[in-house]
Structure formats: C-alpha cells, structure tokens
Design a protein around this ligand. Structure first.
Ligand code: MIG
Length: 627
C-alpha cells in the first residue's frame, strides 16, 4: 500500500481519517497540476482521453463512471434527483482516476469540510479540474495496482464501517403519513393478512408532539412502549425518525437546556440562530462540539427506554426552510414593491425571492459553530454537520448500551460518518431511472465507506406503479437497507395494495432466506475493506467491454446482479464477462438455471421473477441458506 498525505496550509480537522500519516508538503503532489489563485486551489489532471474513467463521489446522480459532468460536494436537501443535480445529501470527496492510456490509476481523497467542485471533463473534455475556495486542505493520494485495492487502502485509512444488527437486513415499511397507532396496526394487519413477512415499520415525524425531538404525540401514540413490545413479539420493530433541529418553545426542555448551556449554533451576535424547519422556528445543535454531541446523543435514551432499537436521522444537511431574517427582508421588500406599479421585473423579483427562501445557501453564512472556543462560520464546515449528528447518536448510544446493537442511518453524511451509521439515498422519485440510479450509487457509496445503504423502494416522490415496485423490490432484495418508503400525497405503495401479492410474498421470502448470507458478506466486506457491490470495471479490469457496463454489479465475488429497470420490458440485455449460470428465481423453491457463455445476451425476466448470475449452483444454495 502506498498512501501519500499532502498538507496545504492549516486544514480543519474533519476526523474523516483514522490512520495518522506523516504529512508531506505540496512538492510531493503528483498527477495534478496545482494552480493557486486568490480564489483558492485548483487541481488539474490533464490529457484525459476517451478511455479515462473516474469513479467514486459516493451519493451523486449519473453513472458509476462519473466522467463528463460537474459535481460539488455540498450536503443539500434536494428532492429532485435528476441528471442536472450537482450535489445530493452527502459529501464524499473520494475519487479514483483510471487512465489506461498512460497506465496511471490512483485514488485521491480531498479531506475538506466545505464544498469541493469536481469538473470531470465537463468544461473541457481533456481535463479534470477539482477546486476548493480555500487554501487549507489535506490530500491523500493512493497508489496501488488494482482498482479494488485502491478502495481497500482508502477504507483502511478511514476506518471500519457501521454494521447493522442482523435483523436490520429485514424488510421495512415506511410512509410519511402514518399518523397514529391505528395506522401502524393497520399496516401490520394487512401485511399479515397478505402473508408478506414484515420486520420493521418506520415512524415518520408525526409520532412526535408537534415535531419536537424526543417527545411523543401522546394522543396518537398513547403507549408507545406497549405498542413496541406487542409488535416485537410479532417480530416487527418500530424505527422512529429524529430531525436535526430543535423547536423554539418555552418550556420545552431540549430547547431550554440547549439555550442555557450554549449548545446551539449562534448568529453573528452570539444569539441562538433561528431557522424554520418542520417544528417551525428552530435552533440547530452545534454538533461539532463534543459536549453537544454527548448531550443530544444521550437524548435517544428517551425512545430506547420505550423499547426502540433503531433510528433514522433526517434534515441534517441541515435543511432550513427559511431564516427569520431573510423572511423578514422578503416580506418588507414585498410591501415596498406593492406600492409600485408592479412590472415584469418586479414580478420576477417577487417570485424569485419566494422561490429561493427554502434551502437558500445564504443561511449557511449566517450562523456559527464554536470550535475550541472560536467561532467558525457554518459554510466553512458545512459538510460536517450531518456527519456529527450521526456521530452524536452513534457514540452516545454505544456508551450507554455497549452490548447492544442498533439499526441506525442518516440522510446527510460525509466520509467519517460511515463509522457511526448507514445512510439512505434520500427523496428519490417513483421513476424507472431511479432503479438504475439506486444500482449505480451502491458501488460509489461502498468506495466511500458506506456499506449499509439503500434507496426508498418504490420511490419516495411521485405516484408509483405496481410494475415499478415489483422491479424495484427485485433489486432491493439484494441491498442491505431494504425499505419501502413514500411521501404523503403520493399513491400508497404498501405491497398489499397491489394485485401481485403472491409475487411480493415470494420476493420478500427470498430476501429473508438470504439474510445470513448477506450479513456475512457485509461483515467480511467491512473486515477486509472490500466493496460489497463491485462495478464490472473493477471485477474484470482487463475486459474492455466490462469497463463500460453501467447497469450490472457484482455482489461480492460470486453473484452478478442485472435487474430489469425499464417499463414494460420482458427482459434485458446482459453482458457476461465469463461463462455463467443465469438464475431466474420465482421463489426459494422455484427457479430456472441455465448456462450462458461469455458475451452479450438477451435474458427474459417476467415480473414475477428475479434474475441474477452465478458461477456455480452451490452459490444459490449458500445464498438461500440451503447449504
Ligand atoms: O422535508 O419527515 O427525506 O424520508 O419522509 C421532508 C418527512 C422531511 C424528508 C425525508 C423523508 C421524510 C420526510 N422528510
């Protein structure tokens, strides 16, 4: 292994890395030309050819090979995961550049807590340009022979990943809209009536009293402990959400304690910064402070004492709908404009002001963290917020319950948070293209340390369809975080609502049978720093055709996934880099196996089948726990 650490300036300690290496100065920088201007640092990798590929960046839109687009690592609450996006909820600053024409391949980690821009041949197709508007950064360059080994060296550098309890690999049902105990019991009953196994039900923000963290809406959930116990007796666990921001409300203990102890981020005058999120006006815990993490993390006890064994952390980019200040400005300007004869210009100013209230990046310049007694403006360390919220719970729960395992995942993240929890892929849509996006994010996230991850199956936003859910579940059975989740107002997508009940029952039963196999794969991938989902370009480095496959993955060494992700398809084309067995599986007892030679094939796959490929039949038995 060869990792070179280069330090420029005096970087902020992000705590992404666990291995402490001696730092070299910038004269040891290789592969990149470095331009230093008053705007910051620009790293250029030149003479990019058609064959050059770029991998990594974790949670982002577009393909496994990231070349050709411009990305930014800037944790953002953005529910439109379309191709135009540059950043989603996570900031994962690790890339691999594979340049076969010059026999160069290396990994590089830009260890920086603010935004990094990756212009990967977008502006100029012969150049990759990475820029940071700062002059303080640590850079790690990893030189190794194989792509897979670059990843394992990097994973060694950043430390082992969070692993869920084995039961966390079960099937979970979620929906933003379950309001009360009766709604939850109805879901349980309908799954039971349909004979579809269910392992978890997620509680979204409505279980809280007016969206206040660590409170219960007692009217809706009069006895959460009993509900949790009753469900657990049936093998079903409740997984509540925790939001990042704390409601401003006199008499609310979390708010009052936070104010008293100075635990919230502050505005320029040192007063708690106020932004609006679901609870209304809210304050933002300063998760960068160890004592704040300890304080907030220990609050999870409130739910753990009621029998809860898993959580999902939301809104921790942090999402801000509006700030008090800006809302005031916008309203004042509106009043001003209302006195004029509103022309087009004023009209667009008005609509623009309102359209940019929610999630305006300006808010990140309006509040401060306290780092070792010094104020640090939020935007400078923006990508550490979500990570440290995850860490707060991860560390405090471990301290309180050292011998217990919890299911735990978050929305926002950066490299480092992978040690404390998993992530889900956020607010995707019920679109066919998002099945493919789900597949493509898996290896990219694995490269950045995230093993426990998955997307909202069936799609979060927009109305789903039965065939979409069938195809998505057929991929989901192979993915660790296996959760059906949707947004209120969209078509309901619990599996019992569709006609294909027996197919869903078969698919979920296949998954249940696979849990020990999957868990072992997760565990060993973590132990050895391997990816659980491997692009064909990594698994078959010397195969020119495999290098460009964007819709198939190896799951471990023995299974190749090739899900159907297009509407009304009766099957799909698959590229086999070697002779393989094609498996078309209807249920744990009913599957068809046939040999296919290396090359491209059209493989049929009906809506009630799951297809995958193996080298030997023995793998199927192991996968289903029959061997
Ligand atoms: O602003 O809690 O990504 O999974 O259902 C939306 C409500 C807030 C966003 C999460 C989504 C969740 C929703 N939340």
């Amino acid at each position: 292994m060869s990792i070179t650490k280069i330090r420029i300036g005096i970087p902020f300690n992000t705590e992404a890395v666990v291995e402490q290496l001696p730092a070299k100065d910038v004269s040891s920088l290789k592969y990149f030309e470095l331009d230093e201007t008053e705007d910051g640092l620009f790293f250029r990798y030149e003479d990019v050819t058609e064959k050059t590929a770029v991998y990594g960046l974790g949670e982002q839109v577009r393909g496994i090979n990231k070349k050709g687009w411009i990305y930014g690592t800037d944790c953002t609450d953005d529910p439109d995961h379309d191709e135009s996006r540059k950043s989603l909820y996570g900031a994962h600053n690790f890339i691999i550049i594979d340049d076969p024409d010059r026999a160069i391949r290396f990994g590089v980690f830009f260890d920086y807590p603010g935004k990094v821009t990756y212009d990967l041949g977008y502006t100029d197709s012969t150049e990759l340009k990475i820029s940071v508007s700062d002059k303080n950064i640590d850079i790690y360059i990893i030189d190794t022979d194989k792509l897979i080994n670059i990843v394992s060296d990097f994973r060694h550098l950043i430390g082992k990943s969070y692993l869920p309890p084995m039961w966390g690999l079960g099937y979970g049902q979620s929906r933003w809209g379950y309001k009360n105990e009766a709604d939850i019991l109805e879901v349980v009953k309908k799954y039971k009536d349909a004979g579809i196994p269910l392992d978890m039900i997620y509680l979204d923000i409505d279980y809280m009293e007016r969206y206040k963290d660590f409170t219960l809406n007692e009217e809706a959930f009069p006895d959460l402990e009993k509900l949790s116990d009753d469900l657990k007796a049936q093998g079903i666990r409740l997984i509540p959400i925790i939001d990042a921001a704390v409601k401003v409300e006199d008499g609310y203990d979390v708010y009052e304690e936070g104010v008293q102890k100075g635990y919230f981020c502050t505005d320029k005058d040192g007063k708690p910064f106020v932004g609006a999120v679901w609870p209304g006006k809210s304050c933002f815990p300063d998760f960068l402070q160890p004592k704040v993490r300890d304080w907030f993390g220990k609050k999870y006890k409130f739910l753990i004492e009621k029998g809860i064994e898993g959580f999902w952390n939301d809104m921790n980019e942090p999402a801000i709908f509006y700030s008090e200040n800006r809302l005031k400005q916008v309203i004042e300007r509106t009043i001003e404009l209302s006195k004029t004869n509103i022309g087009l210009e004023e009209f667009f100013e008005l609509t623009g002001m309102y359209a940019t209230l929610n999630g305006n990046k300006q808010y990140y310049e309006d509040f401060f963290h306290n780092v070792d007694g010094k104020p640090v403006r939020h935007d400078k360390v923006h990508n550490l917020f979500g990570m440290n919220m995850t860490r707060a719970a991860g560390e405090a729960i471990k301290e309180m319950y050292p011998d217990r395992e919890f299911l735990f995942f978050s929305r926002a993240s950066s490299i480092g948070a992978h040690r404390y929890g998993g992530i889900w892929m956020g607010d995707n849509s019920s679109w066919w293209s998002h099945i493919l996006l789900n597949l493509q994010m898996l290896p990219s996230l694995n490269m950045c340390g995230y093993l426990f991850t998955g997307a909202d199956i069936g799609g979060f936003g927009q109305n789903t369809t039965e065939d979409l859910v069938l195809r998505w579940i057929a991929l989901g059975v192979f993915v660790p975080l296996f959760r059906n989740h949707s947004c209120m107002g969209t078509r309901e997508q619990e599996l019992y609502r569709f006609n294909s009940i027996s197919t869903f029952r078969n698919f979920i039963t296949i998954r249940k049978a696979m849990i020990p196999y999957m868990y072992e794969l997760l565990r060993s991938s973590n132990e050895e720093g391997r990816m659980m989902y491997i692009p064909l370009a990594f698994a078959y480095e010397d195969d020119e055709r495999a290098r460009s496959v964007e819709d198939q993955l190896m799951m471990g060494d023995d299974i190749m996934l090739a899900p159907v992700y297009t509407q009304n398809a009766k099957g799909r084309y698959v590229y086999l880099p070697e002779d393989m067995l094609c498996v078309r599986m209807k249920s744990v007892d009913e599957y068809l196996i046939y040999e296919l030679p290396r090359g491209s094939h059209y493989v049929e796959c009906a809506l009630d089948e799951i297809i995958f490929f193996v080298r030997s039949e023995e793998t199927i038995d192991r996968m289903l726990g029959k061997a």
